[in-house]
Design a protein around this ligand. Structure first.
Ligand SMILES: Cc1cc2nc3c(=O)[nH]c(=O)nc-3n(C[C@H](O)[C@H](O)[C@H](O)COP(=O)(O)OP(=O)(O)OC[C@H]3O[C@@H](n4cnc5c(N)ncnc54)[C@H](O)[C@@H]3O)c2cc1C
Length: 411
């Protein structure tokens, strides 16, 4: 028997396990998924939870339920990978031998990496919403907050779902307006980028939306420390941004075992070929989803599209054939903008988000880079598709590779 071990049973690990289980002969292959716990969290829901949109019970389901019966699930923390011996050591000492390893342990917020962020003020005046505990604590704080300076802040790129902090900012504007508190709240968006977003056309549109809502934008802000006692964000070039309530997206990093195993870069992301997701150092290791270093957004959509191509390539590879497919960096994200609206952006390694229409049979077309109610319903409806179509590994009605159909060029 050959052993395929998949580290991480989140979005990518679950889809890959279910799809590969169907493609690899049961008599010849064991497929094992390792995760630290049995709680599969629908992370896009963390955006709405602070505003009362969801409760924890709406977002968590048992991992086991979403894995095919003939995939083994081991619940344990990964301690180290010995790539030379093709072995994984788990906390507690259990060893797993593998013929092929898929790393799918994602990325996590690390508030410990910014001086002053963790400590007495954490979850009192400084919050994150990228974790369930953080989003729940923020919801309690927002419910009783009566106004002041709200600063939404990104420490450094890359982060997963790079539009999420902008979405949070738009939703905060709408939330305070609905509670008739908007005049009592100053909102500032603080980013290390030189504009509201990474890509020029989208950065222009999103920056305009901040402007329209009276939200200040502080760019090129490389944070040095948080001075919690003075309620001040301080940059490397000694600029200061005062806050009463700081909502930050801490530095995102891959799992620490990747560093311990000598498999990652300085942020613990696994260097891979950006078209096949194969490790640059070990031909029997692949890294999928947020865990790798490919130069596109870290997002569930990217995970989904790239796993589509990865599964075919993996099957080619283990049968001794050249890998036949090439991932194009396709990313596709709804951007909630408040008041029942959202935008849609669609791009890849070579093409930045452009305006126009995104065709989708029956439901679409959705509008690109422009707000609409339909986009908002598309975003909300995705939760159902995530559990019922995407995770089980069924085909989604959207093309894997980015298409230029409907996009306006030369804008
Ligand atoms: C607030 C928020 C909003 C988002 N909104 C969107 C959106 O609208 N659209 C979109 O496309 N994407 C969105 N995302 C991003 C999306 O959730 C991720 O990109 C996607 O889940 C990545 O999948 P993954 O499999 O790489 O990682 P994950 O789904 O995060 O899975 C990683 C798994 O690895 C496990 N793990 C980690 N370390 C270890 C260890 N040492 N040992 C054992 N197990 C371990 C974890 O428990 C986890 O189950 C959002 C994310 C956040 C936080």
């Amino acid at each position: 028997m050959r052993n395929l071990v998949i580290l991480g049973g989140g979005t990518g690990g679950t889809i890959a396990a279910n799809r590969l289980r169907r493609r690899l002969a049961r008599a010849a292959w064991n497929v094992t998924v390792v995760d630290q716990d049995d709680d599969h969290l629908y992370q896009p829901g963390l955006l709405l939870l602070p505003f009362g949109g969801y409760n924890a019970e709406d977002l968590i389901r048992p991992r086991r339920r979403y894995l095919s019966d003939d995939v083994d699930l081991v619940l344990a923390d990964v301690d180290q990978v010995d790539a030379d011996a093709s072995q994984v050591r788990l906390h507690g000492g259990q060893m797993l031998d593998y013929d092929y390893l898929v790393i799918a342990t994602g990325t996590s917020p690390r508030p410990d990496q910014t001086p002053g962020m963790l400590g007495d003020h954490w979850q009192r005046s400084i919050f994150d919403f990228y974790t369930l505990g953080g989003a729940e604590a923020l919801r309690r704080r927002l419910a009783t907050w009566t106004g002041g300076r709200l600063v939404v802040h990104v420490v450094e790129m890359p982060i997963k779902c790079p539009v999420a902090p902008l979405e949070f900012t738009f939703l905060a504007d709408a939330y305070f307006a609905e509670r008739e508190l908007r005049d009592a709240v100053d909102i500032t968006y603080v980013t290390p980028l030189d504009g509201a977003f990474t890509k020029p056309v989208a950065a222009g549109r999103l920056g305009g939306m901040l402007d329209d809502r009276g939200i200040a934008l502080e760019t090129d802000f490389i944070v040095d420390r948080v001075d919690g006692d003075r309620h001040m964000l301080v940059s490397m070039d000694e600029r200061e941004v005062p806050y009463d309530l700081l909502v930050t997206v801490p530095l995102n990093m891959g799992a620490d075992y990747i560093a311990r195993s000598g498999l990652g870069d300085e942020l613990n992301y696994v260097p891979v070929d950006k078209h096949t997701l194969q490790s640059k150092r070990h031909t029997n290791i692949f890294a999928i989803g947020d865990a790798n270093d490919i130069p596109t957004s870290k997002a569930g959509s990217v995970t989904h599209f790239s796993v589509d191509t990865f599964v075919d390539n993996f099957v080619d590879h283990v049968h001794g054939r050249p890998m036949s497919r090439s991932f194009d960096g396709h990313a596709n994200c709804f951007v909630e903008s408040g008041r029942g609206n959202a935008m849609l952006i669609d791009f890849n390694y070579d093409t930045e988000p452009l305006p126009g229409k995104y065709p989708l049979p029956l439901l679409g077309p959705f509008t690109l880079l422009e707000e609409s109610h339909l986009n908002h319903w598309g975003k909300l409806g995705f939760r159902w598709a995530y559990w019922n179509v995407l995770l089980p590994g069924h085909p989604m009605p959207v093309p894997t590779a980015m298409s230029m159909a409907g996009k306006q060029q030369g804008v």
